[in-house]
Design a protein around this ligand. Sequence first.
Ligand SMILES: *Cc1c(COP(=O)(O)O)cnc(C)c1O
Length: 374
Amino acid sequence: MSEVASVPLLDLQAQYGPIRGDVLAAVTRVCDSQRFIGGPEVEALEGELAVMLGVGAAVGVSSGTDALLAAMMALGIGPGDEVVTTTYSFFATAGCIARLGARPVLADIDPVTCNIDPAAAAAAITPRTRAIVPVHLYGCSAEMAPILEAASRAGVPVVEDAAQAIGARYHGRAVGGLGAVGCFSFFPSKNLGAFGDGGLVTTSDAALANRIRLLRNHGAERRYFHTSVGGNFRLDAIQAAVLRVKLPHLAAWTEARRRNADRYRELLGSLVVRGLVELPVEPEGLYHIYNQFVIRLDERDRVKAGLDARRVGCEIYYPVPFHLQECFAGLGYRKGEFPAAEDAAARTLALPIYGELTEDQQRYVVESIAQIVG
Ligand SMILES: *Cc1c(COP(=O)(O)O)cnc(C)c1O
């Protein structure tokens, strides 16, 4: 057994250490300017991200949740509308649809990738459908070609929930620039994490970008003259300054996560051969950024308890699909309706994957799993 005594699910201190001086200098710059809302840091970040993501416009917002909300508000989604999305994601994906008074129409997932099943999404389209919202879960792109094709046939936009997938690629193209709108999160645990909440909306539709900028600021065309009802969805200058320090490191951090994923595949190999563990898959042509490294096991809950006892950080993303959430009981879905999502909810487990994770730590994680599953 290795010398390691515990492994956290995520170690933000390890990432912060080497960039601490640069971060503090950037924060100091904002403090000295006393410009906290909008301004040059936010605008510079938006420009840098638009280039990186290959989109016409990037609009900084207050969180990934507000990115989804503002994007769907800008598309005019509201009461009486239906929005097709996956039943298996972080709550915000379906929550934002419901908050607008629209109905989340849920689709099951692909049992291998955990992303929305394109055929199920297409089958869920009705004359009331106003958008399709695929999620690039865990940092791997959804199978976009058939989704974009179904959306185009129905004449509705695709809103990408790319909150977990900044830098992920679908056949060479960055996610968030594939559909009409992309939504990103800078929550601290995402691959590009702020020092608090933050988010981004991307689009190459200039009119839509302008609407989102307007909605971000209470729909005020000029101060105190409101052409529509928006919200306070703004990104803080301090967050933008921190993100600008981190952005040049993102590609290397992502590569480190991918190397760790490769090492897990090697270390977990014998458990896989014995049918005790299933590995995540990176489909051909897709570039997975491993916001999460999610394995599957029978007796997942027993394994999680064993890892908790051995002080190995792990988490279940997510234990309850949307169709079984109490708050969505009114949608009328039943248990058993989306079997692939229910299987994922029962058997998935995310392991530590952050870039600074050491080989010894990874060995400890895998040895711990091996002890538990015998
Ligand atoms: C994190 C996340 C969000 C929400 O982002 P916040 O910044 O936490 O509001 C939305 N969708 C998915 C899939 C996420 O993982």
